[in-house]
Ligand binder design. Structure first.
Ligand SMILES: [Zn+2]
Length: 189
């Protein structure tokens, strides 16, 4: 660890990259509220800790400003609901990514579209935990499923459920127009 003390929740990315800083640690799973909220653990089972690591790098560019990079990795087991048997399942979730930081939203957007790497606008202070959480949320499987479901599935081939058409109550735009016209005609003249 370098001499300068760095707060992962209030990280000066430019300085962190310039000094080639490294940070690592564990966060309680409950402190990543969005990730915790998207999990469905069995009763009385706590959300697991998130192990993480971050490294900064400043890459010199000939004839230009040096590039600011952040190497980010994290892992945690997450509780999801199997979409086949609807039972809870624990799955290892991990990220390992490289992010480049540039000055200004416009520049970040342009480069993000152009390059394969993720490009973010350099904030004054970066909340590393929030960024790690964002990346973990993106890495969640869309349709989690046991490789083999623990309980045998029952195939109830019942009649297909009829589709329920939802009838929406909407204000009739013509009624509103009519009311408007009436108001006008009495005052007009
Ligand atoms: Zn299953």
């Amino acid at each position: 660890m370098k001499s300068r003390s760095q707060d992962p929740l209030r990280l000066d990315v430019a300085a962190f990259a310039a000094e080639g800083g490294e940070l690592a640690g564990q966060w309680p799973g409950s402190s990543l509220e969005r990730l915790a909220g998207s999990q469905s653990p069995p009763q009385d089972t706590p959300i697991a800790d998130v192990e993480w690591r971050a490294a900064g790098e400043r890459r010199p560019v000939t004839g230009g400003e040096p590039e600011l990079w952040l190497q980010l990795s994290a892992r945690t087991p997450v509780w999801l609901t199997c979409q086949r048997c609807l039972q809870p399942m624990q799955e290892p979730l991990a990220i390992d990514c490289r992010l480049r930081f540039v000055r200004g939203e416009a520049e970040a957007e342009a480069l993000d579209a152009e390059l394969e790497d993720d490009v973010l606008a350099l904030p004054r202070w970066l909340d590393l935990r929030e960024l790690v959480e964002d990346e973990l949320l993106l890495a969640l499987p869309l349709v989690p499923r046991h490789e083999r479901c623990p309980t045998p599935l029952q195939f109830d081939e019942g009649p297909a459920g009829g589709d329920e058409a939802e009838i929406e109550e909407r204000p009739n735009p013509f009624a509103a127009l009519e009311a408007l016209k009436k108001g006008r005609s009495t005052s007009g003249g």
